[in-house]
Design a protein. Structure first.
Length: 983
């Protein structure tokens, strides 16, 4: 690792050095010349001994006195610059003398006027309210006389460090509160002297020291920058009793922001007592216990040195302490920490030098293991033991967390006496210069949403990753588990997926800082609320999730990636259906495609099927219909464990090619004719992917959502009624979106009456005369196109599209022989002036006949408002063969649709329509480019277009026959000549 750039602290230190040197010049000058003069006088005396000694001595004494007075004056002025302020409870004075003390600690520090100095307690001084003391431009010392004490009932916080001054505690502290009292150093250099002692009241809880700050969550005013330091600082302890000691921040809850030490830090312990005597299970309790640590609950992102020459340690000792739970709010809002690896990577050089002290906490380690947001140490870790420290037998010197970046040569080294007793050495690369061999633990990282985080239980102990970690520990398997689940997170945004996983600290850390061998991905439950609202949001989910998984899989450290599908969800809205029809099939498709590209690395876990029986019994999912119960998390952990270590990833026979559904069945029916499923999403979840599947409707099947997404990634879906009078009731649906080639047979499909859009998305559609469609429908063979993403706030609305997301080269065949259809496009329908313009480049064969009838918008005043045409509101570079019967004879059918209104971000170039339309119909037709209205596109039309290009515009009447645009150029003429060649 290259040396860090010169920090602001280093620059400030150099400036201070120069300033101090300048201030010392007069004093040094006088003292130096005083010595010189004395030497000269002695020499002169020796040379001129014969002269009048009395006169010479008088003269010399006068010079000496003058110089001494000057030197003394200078010294006195230097002493006068060091201000002392006196303080005691009940004081009412100005603090300038012990007889006129200030009355509070805050008042005493204020009296220093920010210049630093010494605060002298001449009586007990009580801190009964939370107190923040301002930064000083000079060193600050707290001392006491006559047995005075600092009586703490509330915490003391110093202003955040911006210089190199030292704050010294040279006095006794009396912890008088029933809860622990604390001092927060705020990254200032702190010294606790031999006179620093801590005693507790009978009901007192002891003393905590944190070298950083008391953090808050963003919602309560927390500012991430306040919890990060980029200035070096040091802490020295010579005495004192610390129930808790940390060189960094304190996070009182999982929502508090995560800070970083992004500058060198050093802690020196010469004496003192840390923690309380007890027995600590170094394998498990340490994950939740606050031991002695240099970092505290923040990321140690730079060099750190811990030097211990004395002291008693009743707790484990760590350089990087536990972060504690990092909840979704903390991970989302710690934006500065997540912005740069210099804040979130533990890649500095870490050193522990021990030459004295007593250790019975059981462990001395580079890193305190925990499940939430577990990391590895990427820098060097050096431990040196000398002198005569004592260690409780079995104390572990641990370097397990040290794992260099691929290609890096950082390592863990230990130097200690060959006969050192009481210690067990774990995973150092070199011990006393000799290379060591060991087996790395298996590292597993889980990535997901609230179900991975463990919502509904204790995140730290009851989430499924924590359950797996506990089981591995019980079984003695050398495995570490990290949980990066975030509640409400997903790969999309929108109102339900409130947290965009790629914008979190968790995302940054999982990509480079975990050192994981195995990853388990389980993101998607929240994405059902967004993905599927449009092609754009669905593509967003697919692309980002694929890229995320692949990026992690491509890490040199990664050997296996497990991709699960979302567990059961039964909320009464369309998100549940999208989870079934889009999210779960997509998760399997991603796994299958990645597995095909890199066999053996990617494995799909059908977690939905593996937990289905418990879901059916009602013991897996809680009353909110989304999250597992506490027992559910236990069961989920078992299934994921069995998948990872036992290879049990699916349930034989769970996925069916024939599924029966009926309102008369049950939500968790077997899907057979005798035991149908009553809930459409559950029925879809039983369907096999990449297969030819039939959904059998027995009697009536109702789905009350306002949007219906049919399943994706099937070879074909056939929806057929069993017997007579079968009904698929979609009476509230505004649209039915196909996800694969789809066939309707032998049933009645109830739309919402006013207008239900059948959105084919360029998939095959076959509806024959055996089907009855009630109400009015729109036939959109392409997509319903939403606004361009640049015009949408994706944090609240995931209905957006791009030209890419609504473009297709897929060949398709559509046959519709029944129903009343209002809007009709063999392509896209744009519903916003910001909607992008896609391109269709495949070959489409369309038949609308039999009892099918296309009416157009009956109140249409112009062709533009008819909303019916062959090619849709998109560019056509492919070809369409359309046979359209049942067209209203009073209306004209155009081969190319009016493109719709457009904003300035949606340019339209008619000449990009290089494809062809062949229309067979008895109805009146309008061909784009037929400017003279004779039914054909000829050279005459091209000449009319030339005239318009010269004049600068078409007439409004001509524009009806040319994409409803009046502005034309010679490029349009060339395009039209190409059309004449197609005749």
């Amino acid at each position: 690792m290259p040396p860090p750039p010169r920090t602001r602290a280093a620059a400030a230190h150099e400036t201070a050095q120069r300033t101090n040197k300048g201030a010392d010049l007069p004093r040094k000058f006088i003292l130096t010349h005083f010595v010189k003069v004395v030497k000269i006088m002695i020499k002169n005396d020796a040379c001129n001994y014969a002269k009048s000694r009395r006169f010479r001595m008088k003269k010399h004494l006068l010079w000496l006195c003058a110089l001494l007075l000057a030197a003394c004056g200078l010294a006195l002025s230097a002493c006068a610059a060091e201000t002392r302020v006196y303080v005691a409870d009940g004081g009412t004075g100005d603090g300038k003398s012990a007889s006129t003390p200030c009355g509070s600690l805050a008042a005493a520090v204020d009296a220093l006027n920010g210049a630093g100095g010494t605060v002298v307690l001449v009586g007990d001084v009580t801190v009964s309210v939370q107190t923040t003391l301002p930064e000083q431009s000079g060193d600050l010392t707290f001392t006491a006389e006559g047995g005075a004490r600092l009586v703490q009932k509330q915490r003391i916080t110093f202003a955040k460090n911006t210089n190199d001054n030292v704050i010294t505690f040279d006095l006794p502290v009396y912890a008088a509160a029933s809860s622990p009292v604390a001092v927060f150093g705020s990254f200032n250099s702190i010294t606790f002297t031999e006179k620093f002692t801590v005693t507790k009241a009978a009901t007192g809880s002891g003393f905590w020291f944190y070298g950083g700050v008391f953090t808050a969550e963003a919602a309560n005013g927390g500012v991430n920058a306040d919890y990060i330091t980029e200035l070096p600082y040091s802490i020295t302890v010579k005495n004192g009793t610390f129930d808790r000691f940390s060189g960094g921040n304190y996070r009182s809850s999982g929502h508090c922001l995560v800070g970083a030490i992004a500058a060198p830090v050093s802690v020196t312990v010469e004496g003192g007592t840390f923690g309380t005597a007890g027995t600590y299970d170094v394998e498990s309790n340490n994950q939740q216990y606050n031991g002695f640590s240099v970092s505290g609950q923040m990321i140690l992102a730079d060099d750190a040195t811990l030097t211990i020459t004395g002291g008693t340690f009743h707790v484990p000792v760590f350089l990087q302490g536990r972060l504690g739970l990092v909840s979704v709010r903390a991970s989302r809002d710690s934006k500065l920490t997540a912005s740069d690896r210099k804040y979130y990577s533990i890649d500095g050089n870490l050193k522990i030098n021990i030459s004295g002290g007593s250790f019975d906490g059981g462990m001395i380690s580079a890193y305190q293991q925990q499940v939430s947001h577990a990391q590895v140490v990427r820098g060097n870790f050096d431990v040196t033991i000398s002198g005569k420290p004592t260690f409780k037998t079995g104390t572990i010197l641990d370097a397990t967390a040290v794992k260099s970046y691929p290609g890096s040569s950082t390592k863990a080294t230990l130097t200690m006496p060959a006969a050192q007793s009481g210690v067990t050495v774990r995973r150092f690369d070199r011990v006393n210069g000799a290379a060591q061999s060991y087996t790395e633990p298996l590292r597993i990282v889980t990535i997901g949403d609230s179900i991975t985080e463990g919502y509904g239980g204790s995140f730290a102990t009851q989430s499924y990753p924590a359950r797996i970690a506990a089981r591995l520990m019980r079984e003695g398997k050398d495995t570490l588990v990290g949980n990066y689940g975030l509640s409400s997170a997903g790969m999309t945004m929108g109102k339900a997926a409130r947290v965009y996983y790629p914008d979190t600290l968790a995302d940054r850390m999982t990509r480079t800082e975990t050192g994981a061998d195995f990853y388990v991905f389980a993101i998607g439950t929240n994405d059902g609320d967004a993905a599927g609202q449009s092609n754009g949001s669905e593509k967003w989910y697919v692309d980002l999730y694929t890229d995320f998984i692949k990026a992690v899989g491509d890490n040199a450290e990664t050997s296996k990636v497990f991709i699960t599908n979302a567990v059961h969800r039964m909320t009464p809205n369309v998100a549940t259906l999208r989870n079934s029809s889009i999210i779960r099939p997509t998760q399997k498709k991603i796994a299958d495609e990645l597995s095909a590209s890199d066999p053996g690395k990617y494995t799909f876990i059908d977690l939905y099927a593996l937990t289905y029986e418990r879901t059916k019994k009602g013991t897996f999912i809680s009353s909110d219909k989304i999250h597992p119960t506490v027992d559910g998390y236990i069961y989920m952990a078992e299934k994921v464990y069995d998948a990872i270590f036992g290879g049990v990833t699916e349930v034989d026979g769970f996925r069916l090619t024939d599924v029966y559904a009926s309102d008369s069945g049950s939500p968790f029916g077997a899907g057979t004719k005798d035991d149908p499923i009553s809930y459409l999403p559950n029925a879809i979840d039983r369907m096999a992917t990449n297969a030819d599947v039939t959904l059998h409707i027995v009697g009536t099947l109702t789905f009350g959502g306002d949007s219906v997404s049919l399943p994706t990634y099937m070879q074909r879906l056939t929806i057929v009624g069993e017997g007579t009078n079968a009904v698929l009731n979609l009476s509230k649906a505004a649209d039915v979106r196909l996800g694969c080639p789809t066939v309707f047979r032998n049933l009645t499909v109830n739309g919402r009456g006013a207008s239900t859009a059948m959105v084919c998305r360029y998939f095959d559609l076959d509806i024959d005369e055996s089907v009855t469609l009630t109400g009015k429908w729109d036939l959109i063979l392409g997509n319903i196109v939403q606004s361009d993403r640049s015009k949408i706030d994706v944090k609240t609305n995931m209905k957006f599209d791009s030209a890419e997301s609504v473009s297709s080269d897929r060949d398709c065949t559509v046959r519709v022989l029944t129903g009343t259809w209002t809007r009709f496009f063999c392509g896209d329908r744009r519903i916003s002036n910001h909607a992008p313009i896609g391109t269709y480049g495949g070959h489409m064969t369309v038949t609308v006949g039999g009892a099918a009838k296309i009416t157009g918008m009956t109140a249409a005043a112009t062709q533009a408002t008819l909303y019916a045409a062959v090619s849709g509101m998109n560019y056509l570079t492919g070809s369409i063969d359309a046979t359209v019967d049942g067209w209203d004879s009073a209306l004209a059918l155009t081969d190319f649709a009016y493109i719709g209104s457009r904003s300035d971000i949606v340019p339209y170039t008619p000449t990009k329509n290089t494809g062809s339309v062949r229309l067979t119909t008895a109805a009146k037709t309008i061909r784009m480019g037929d400017l003279d209205g004779d039914g054909a596109v000829t050279v005459r039309d091209a000449l009319l277009l030339v005239r318009a290009a010269v004049n600068g515009r078409l007439t409004d009447a001509q524009a009806e026959h040319y994409f409803h645009t009046t502005a034309v150029t010679l490029t349009d003429v060339i395009w039209l000549l190409g059309r004449t060649a197609q005749n």
